[in-house]
Design a binder for this molecule. Structure first.
Ligand code: CU
Length: 66
């Protein structure tokens, strides 16, 4: 397991947080994710590579990078 912190831009409300969380869980249902909307970060502990999460988050309409 590794923990990565992604910078996620575009989250403006609780709904956005949930959408990002859902995107993360669509890649790895067991992932531990902590989303900090004010800071614009998503901390994810998972065995899946960061690119997978970034793609899923971008697919939801947000920007994400490592
Ligand atoms: Cu929102």
């Amino acid at each position: 397991m590794t923990t990565i912190t992604l910078t996620v831009t575009g989250m403006t409300c609780v709904h956005c947080e949930k959408a990002v969380l859902k995107a993360i869980q669509s890649i790895d249902a067991q992932a531990q994710a902590t989303i900090n909307r004010p800071a614009g970060t998503a901390c994810i502990t998972s065995e899946q590579p960061p690119d997978m999460f970034i793609a899923a988050i971008v697919n939801e309409g947000y920007s994400a990078c490592v």
